[in-house]
Ligand binder design. Structure first.
Ligand code: AKG
Ligand code: FE2
Length: 262
């Protein structure tokens, strides 16, 4: 990979097989499906969340979430702990899905139709399925970080992917702010077996200095994909309205099929 790559097209493109490939290969910054969820779908999901088990991340600014994130178990946990937590997380998630609808199924189907390859929730041999579909309330923003399983989760099956996207589907957005900036500087790190995975959260300015950037602005109902190996950050929301969305990662396997987790 070049030291300072540049996107071939600086734009947000629709969901097609070619645009997904270009996003996996970091040739474009964003794929966006406008109005993937209707206003009624967004309302239904928000109502479905009444009474749901919302937790808080233990890093500032402490975004709220429903479900779990594999990232929380990247170090200092037995694998079995994550897959046990995943079962509880599915109960919390399905409480909302049962009362509304299933965005994971709808997005997986859209991905499979667009790309013409199988799309499945990731599985760990001997442990079971990963958790997919984290709901986040991140009105305070999210600090600069990268998400790339080969470096974040080297001991897990998802480390076998060769490129990673993240998608987020927005149900409610703040009046202002809450925009996501992506730095075109694919994360490079050395993974040393048995050693803590390299720092991937709260990355310093020096790591992105001189990189090309793209900022996407969020709108309720929009489904937005980007390459999460690039450092990215979310600005705090302003004015009324929460920043509320569900998201998952999509890994490309060497055989070009896709696996999904959160
Ligand atoms: O909320 C967003 O726009 C991006 C969140 C994020 O960090 C991710 O999906 O990996
Ligand atoms: Fe991220």
């Amino acid at each position: 990979m070049e030291a300072t790559p540049h996107w071939r097209i600086r734009d947000e493109l629709p969901l097609t097989a070619e645009n997904l490939r270009a996003l996996f290969d970091n040739e474009i910054p964003v794929v966006r499906v406008k109005g993937f969820a209707s206003p009624a779908d967004c309302q239904s999901f928000l109502r479905g969340m009444d009474g749901a088990n919302v937790q808080r991340f233990n890093v500032p600014p402490h975004p709220g979430y429903i479900g779990t994130a594999q990232f929380l178990f990247r170090w200092g946990h037995q694998k079995a702990e994550y897959f046990t937590a995943a079962r509880q997380a599915y109960e919390d998630r399905d409480y909302v899905f049962r009362r509304s609808w299933d965005p994971i199924a709808r997005v997986n189907q859209a991905l499979a139709e667009a790309a013409g390859v199988p799309v499945q929730v990731a599985e760990e041999p001997g442990f079971g399925r990963y958790y997919a579909g984290i709901v986040r309330l991140a009105s305070g923003g999210i600090k600069r970080h990268t998400d790339f399983a080969p470096f974040n989760a080297p001991d897990y099956a998802i480390a076998g992917i060769d490129a990673q996207l993240g998608w987020n589907l927005f149900f409610e957005t703040p009046q202002g702010g809450g925009s996501t900036t992506i730095y075109n500087r694919p994360w490079m790190a050395e993974v040393v077996p048995g050693q803590e995975p390299p720092q991937s959260y709260d990355l310093p300015d020096s790591q992105v200095a001189g990189a090309e950037t793209w900022t996407y602005h969020v709108a309720a109902g929009d489904l937005i994909f980007f390459n999460t190996r690039n450092p990215h950050e979310v600005s705090p929301g302003t004015g009324s309205g929460q920043r509320l969305h569900i998201g998952a990662f999509v890994g490309r396997q060497p055989d070009r099929s896709m696996v999904v987790w959160s």
